[in-house]
Design a protein around this ligand. Sequence first.
Ligand SMILES: [Zn+2]
Length: 69
Amino acid sequence: MKDKIHPKMRLITVKCACGAEHKIWTTRENIRVDVCSNCHPFYKGDKSVLFVDTEGRVEKFRRKYGEDY
Ligand SMILES: [Zn+2]
Protein backbone atom coordinates (compact mmCIF):
# COMPACT_ATOMS: atom_id res chain seq x y z
CA MET A 1 0.00 0.00 0.00
CA LYS A 2 1.22 3.49 -0.83
CA ASP A 3 -0.21 5.55 2.01
CA LYS A 4 1.50 8.76 1.01
CA ILE A 5 -0.66 9.09 -2.04
CA HIS A 6 -3.68 9.51 0.20
CA PRO A 7 -2.89 11.94 3.01
CA LYS A 8 -4.95 11.44 6.11
CA MET A 9 -7.86 13.76 6.46
CA ARG A 10 -8.70 14.87 9.94
CA LEU A 11 -11.23 17.14 11.56
CA ILE A 12 -9.45 19.98 13.31
CA THR A 13 -10.50 23.17 14.99
CA VAL A 14 -9.27 26.34 13.39
CA LYS A 15 -9.02 29.36 15.62
CA CYS A 16 -9.50 32.74 14.08
CA ALA A 17 -8.02 36.00 15.31
CA CYS A 18 -11.53 37.13 16.24
CA GLY A 19 -11.89 34.22 18.62
CA ALA A 20 -14.25 32.17 16.50
CA GLU A 21 -13.57 28.51 16.04
CA HIS A 22 -14.28 26.52 12.95
CA LYS A 23 -14.08 22.81 12.46
CA ILE A 24 -12.82 21.84 9.06
CA TRP A 25 -11.53 18.76 7.37
CA THR A 26 -7.92 19.08 6.39
CA THR A 27 -4.70 17.19 5.99
CA ARG A 28 -2.75 19.82 7.90
CA GLU A 29 -2.20 19.68 11.60
CA ASN A 30 -2.41 23.34 12.46
CA ILE A 31 -4.17 26.16 10.73
CA ARG A 32 -4.52 29.67 12.03
CA VAL A 33 -6.53 32.31 10.26
CA ASP A 34 -6.84 36.04 10.76
CA VAL A 35 -10.17 36.40 9.03
CA CYS A 36 -13.07 34.01 8.96
CA SER A 37 -16.71 34.03 7.92
CA ASN A 38 -17.58 35.19 11.42
CA CYS A 39 -15.54 38.36 11.56
CA HIS A 40 -15.64 38.92 7.81
CA PRO A 41 -19.32 38.51 6.85
CA PHE A 42 -18.64 39.59 3.32
CA TYR A 43 -17.32 36.11 2.63
CA LYS A 44 -20.78 34.67 3.01
CA GLY A 45 -22.47 37.38 1.02
CA ASP A 46 -25.10 37.41 3.71
CA LYS A 47 -27.55 40.18 2.90
CA SER A 48 -28.70 40.60 6.49
CA VAL A 49 -25.14 41.12 7.66
CA LEU A 50 -24.52 43.60 4.88
CA PHE A 51 -27.60 45.45 6.01
CA VAL A 52 -26.22 45.71 9.53
CA ASP A 53 -22.98 47.01 8.11
CA THR A 54 -24.90 49.66 6.19
CA GLU A 55 -26.66 50.69 9.37
CA GLY A 56 -23.28 51.14 10.99
CA ARG A 57 -22.22 53.53 8.28
CA VAL A 58 -25.38 55.55 8.70
CA GLU A 59 -24.68 55.71 12.40
CA LYS A 60 -21.18 57.03 11.76
CA PHE A 61 -22.55 59.55 9.31
CA ARG A 62 -25.07 60.83 11.84
CA ARG A 63 -22.43 61.15 14.51
CA LYS A 64 -20.26 63.13 12.16
CA TYR A 65 -22.85 65.45 10.68
CA GLY A 66 -25.54 65.44 13.36
CA GLU A 67 -29.08 64.14 13.63
CA ASP A 68 -30.59 66.94 11.55
CA TYR A 69 -29.58 65.34 8.29
ZN1 LIG B 1 -12.87 35.44 12.56
